[in-house]
Design a binder for this molecule. Structure first.
Ligand code: C2E
Ligand code: CA
Ligand code: CA
Ligand code: CA
Length: 275
């Protein structure tokens, strides 16, 4: 048994070495990937539920690796976050997204489109986010209220006072702040009292089950009611079926995005969508 245990350990440690090695490679390859043109932004449209009008889009980073093809953002964003690369990558994403959005035409009958950019915990902690954002707005000419930043609860947890100061700075500039993956953390509701946000994005995992699981529907309905009583906008993400769209609309959810409404697409395809 001892021998087997040892072999087992060796096996696991080899697997772990491989994972660590792959991460190290990815980190080296991610360095300079932007400059080599391997990174790009995809845009996923966001719709207003009351009338079905497109009101904005979320920018999602894509990495087309020369050998491995598309690398999942969940993998390389994590590598960028752990290695600190996100501190150069994050501002590049913000700059590109603002530059793109500044050129989006307003569609007849619709509002000027916003662009929503994901900001990682490390970017928020570094403290220079308001400076980076104001430089991007100035250089692109994008009006501040058309930029939304999305933060997860984990970015805010820990140092809420620091986060709250930074977010207030952004909001004073006119930028909108959204809390992403809302409902997955343990203290989601209490955060809303201390952290100033304009909107919450109900996590995909709730939306996935609103038609099947009465608890998820109850939670979703409660989040909407509570957010509205605080004057906060509610976005549902991961809408994959018409039925989910219909029930969210019925419950008064403000905005929605998801595969049923539109996949994330490259900028050219997004512009074609705008006509
Ligand atoms: P997220 O911010 O929660 O983004 C939504 C994710 O859900 C995206 O995955 C999107 O493609 C996917 N999605 C959209 N609609 C549906 C749907 O109907 N069903 C399902 N199953 N999925 C849907 P993606 O693009 O793979 O991104 C994964 C995560 O990587 C993002 O989650 C975000 O946390 C992070 N990420 C992506 N781009 C950036 C970035 O530029 N900066 C930072 N810091 N993080 C990013
Ligand atoms: Ca997001
Ligand atoms: Ca999310
Ligand atoms: Ca469930």
């Amino acid at each position: 048994a001892k021998v087997a245990g040892k072999n087992c350990y060796r096996f696991y440690s080899r697997v772990m070495d491989q994972a660590a090695e792959r991460r190290m490679h990815l980190e080296q390859e991610l360095r300079g990937a932007w400059e080599r043109g391997e990174l790009s932004l995809a845009y996923q449209p966001v719709y207003r539920l009351s009338d079905g009008v497109m009101v904005g889009a979320e920018a999602l980073l894509r990495w087309l690796h020369p050998e491995h093809g598309q690398v999942a953002p969940s993998v390389f964003i994590d590598v960028a976050e752990q290695s600190g690369l996100i501190e150069t990558l994050g501002p590049q994403v913000l700059r590109a997204a603002c530059g793109d959005a500044a050129r989006w035409p307003t569609r007849a009958g619709g509002p000027p489109l916003f662009v929503s950019v994901n900001v990682s915990p490390r970017q928020l902690r570094s403290g220079d986010l308001p400076l980076v954002v104001s430089a991007c707005l100035r250089d692109s000419g994008l009006p501040a209220d058309r930029l939304h930043v999305e933060l997860t609860e984990t970015a805010v947890i820990g140092d809420e006072a620091h986060a709250s100061t930074l977010l207030t700075k952004l909001r004073t500039m006119g930028v909108k702040v959204w809390l992403d993956d809302f409902g997955t953390g343990f203290s989601g509701l209490s955060h809303l009292r201390r952290v100033p946000v304009d909107g919450v994005k109900i996590d995909r995992s709730f939306v996935a089950d609103v038609l099947r699981d009465p608890d998820d529907l109850a939670l979703t309905t409660a989040i909407i009611a509570m957010a509205h009583s605080l004057g906060i906008t509610v976005v549902a993400e991961g809408v994959e079926q018409e039925g989910q769209y219909a029930i969210l609309r019925e419950r008064g959810c403000d905005l929605a995005q998801g595969y049923w409404l539109g996949h994330p697409v490259a900028i050219d395809e997004f512009l074609a969508l705008l006509g």
